[in-house]
Design a protein around this ligand. Structure first.
Ligand code: ZN
Length: 567
């Protein structure tokens, strides 16, 4: 693992007089230290600017209340204190929109979903379009995609457009297909698929690039909707103990919402934004990454690109055919030349590059392209692979060479492994599972693990993620002994992947990610110590309080706890 240590101001167990020092004491604190090991602490102080001024260990003398000591006091009540959790792969506005629109993620069958859709349409007679998402035909045990005709039974009178849980496919009813002008004569777009009936007419589900045929006619959320979605998502994050996220695919409109929130002092979670494509990147950043704005609460440091789709919709680009569909290997969304050109355009202006790569062909192509670009763009680039779901072990040497030369981030989502397990076995067959969701192997090759949720694909729940990272078992304990258990990681690795690793992945390690003097006072108080508790206890961790930059953003015990206090 690449060294995470960086120079921060030396620990000042200071008696230096200062206005507005807060002491948090009486905690059982755990943080990753500068050397990558776990360190304990029992108290911290932080200043008015929300910066940690000192960290105290068991048995050390604490400052006194008064002009030369501290002025404000928080009694930690013996609880566990941790650095705020960082979600290294999130979709912030989509998380809010998912909470505000029709959510099918908990439906267990097609009929169940159709009933929920019909009820939602009845409850919202004013909506011109019914939109939402979260459906998953695998979860419904349907064995095929749902159809427009089935959706027409729930909503015959208005257009309906529902995103698949992975965001790589959408389900339209007949009214939506008509509105979009998708017919039997519509050609299949490159990098996409239109599910068709035997007569060639569209069946209802559109995959990857074909989704834009419909999304371009769906009314876009207005700025007020986006602001509401941001506020809603931030509350969701704060409740889970999350203090920073990487926003993977920020549009210009979403960036403007982040700026509005920052201007109004309403950013309660730090956002490391990765622009959706190079056009948005240049529109937001101009000649290079944005500064860190609002006391490190907002930064656009790079670009998000997509090289392939998802495994569930067979959009992931594989070296060999799908085990359950031998005619297909999935499709790249970019040619190797296009990928290289886009990455080059970003790298020449010192933007960080994050590329979605799921299939082993996509990952191999990305690694080769990074290795080529490394000849031109030197220095520590910290290339990010988003998901890195299936790698061919033959490509491990490329991983280690890039990691050693320029830094490589494996931005992975532990809970995807348990959600995808049976589907991945069907799609890949037994032989390709050794490089699937291969956290431990990627780390062994020198990649830095940064864990996240991909919310709203999965709940932004780092506690479930930590439990899965340690066990490769789902919430029911299946499968016994863990799936491909050789790829489990140890507690320190998992904890680091949600804190220091995720901060390093965003070039933020001098700002937040651990408890140390000079870093932002982002911390949480919880009931469970992830370094000693059972995985099941970790999964059910209760978050009591969340603090960002020395301001409380969530308090489970306050009457209005779900509402962030003003930082
Ligand atoms: Zn994503």
């Amino acid at each position: 693992m690449m060294a995470l240590a960086l120079a921060v101001p030396a620990a000042a167990h200071a008696d230096t007089p200062s206005a507005g020092i807060t002491l948090l004491d009486n905690v059982r604190g755990e943080t990753i230290g500068p050397d990558g090991t776990v360190q304990s602490f029992s108290a911290i102080t932080f200043n008015d600017a929300g910066v940690i001024t000192a960290v105290y260990h068991q048995g050390e003398r604490l400052p006194r209340q008064g002009r030369k000591g501290y002025q404000y006091h928080i009694d930690g009540k013996g609880r566990v204190a941790l650095p705020g959790m960082i979600d290294a792969h999130a979709h912030v506005i989509d998380t809010g929109i998912a909470l505000l629109t029709l959510d099918l993620s908990q439906t267990s069958s097609l009929d169940d979903a159709l009933a929920a859709i019909a009820a939602y349409a009845r409850a919202h007679p004013d909506r011109a379009w019914i939109t939402g998402g979260g459906w998953n035909q695998e979860r419904w045990h349907l064995g095929r995609f749902p159809t427009a005709a089935e959706l027409d039974r729930a909503v015959p009178d208005r257009p309906v457009w529902l995103d698949r849980v992975d965001g790589h496919a959408g389900w339209a009813n007949s009214a939506a297909l008509r509105r979009a002008g998708v017919t039997a004569a519509t050609p299949t777009p490159d990098g996409g698929a239109i599910e068709r009936l035997p007569d060639g007419s569209p069946a209802g589900v559109l995959v990857d690039h074909a989704t834009t045929l419909v999304t371009k006619v769906v009314p876009v959320p207005n700025p007020r909707d986006i602001d509401l979605a941001l506020a809603t998502a931030q509350i969701d994050f704060a409740k889970a103990g999350i203090t920073a996220v990487a926003d993977m695919g920020t549009t210009v409109d979403q960036w403007l919402a982040f700026r509005r929130a920052g201007d109004a002092n309403r950013l309660y979670v730090r956002i490391m934004a990765y622009a959706l494509g190079t056009e948005a990147m240049a529109a937001i950043g101009g000649s290079g990454p944005s500064p860190w704005l609002y006391a490190d609460r907002l930064h656009m440091g790079g670009v998000k690109l997509f090289l392939d789709g998802a495994l569930g919709s067979r959009g992931a680009w594989l070296k060999a055919p799908y085990a359950d569909q031998p005619a297909s290997r999935g499709t790249p969304l970019l040619t190797e030349t296009q990928l290289g050109n886009l990455m080059s355009r970003a790298a020449m202006d010192h933007y960080q590059v994050a590329v979605h790569a799921i299939g082993d062909a996509a990952n191999a192509t990305l690694l080769t392209t990074i290795a080529d670009l490394g000849h031109t763009y030197g220095g520590e680039r910290r290339w990010r692979i988003e998901h890195a779901q299936i790698l061919d072990p033959a490509d491990w040497p490329l991983v280690s060479a890039i990691a050693a030369k320029s830094g490589l981030v494996a931005s992975m989502q532990p809970v995807h492994q348990t959600s995808d397990r049976l589907m991945a076995e069907a799609r890949l067959g037994p032989d390709r599972l050794r490089g699937a969701y291969a956290w431990a192997s990627l780390q062994r090759q020198g990649a830095v693990l940064a864990f996240g949720s991909d919310t709203p694909v999965e709940r932004p729940d780092p506690w479930a993620g930590l439990a899965v990272a340690l066990t490769r078992q789902d919430e029911t304990g299946a499968p016994a002994g863990g799936w491909q258990p050789q790829e489990r990681v140890d507690r320190t690795t998992a904890f680091a992947a949600y804190t220091t690793g995720a901060a390093w992945a965003g070039f933020a390690e001098t700002r937040f990610g651990r408890i140390a003097p000079g870093l932002r006072a982002d911390f949480i108080l919880v009931d469970t110590d992830p370094m000693t508790a059972s995985p099941d206890a970790i999964r059910h961790t209760k978050v009591f309080q969340t603090w960002v930059g020395g301001g409380k953003t969530y308090d489970a015990e306050a009457p209005d706890g779900a509402k962030p206090a003003r930082p």
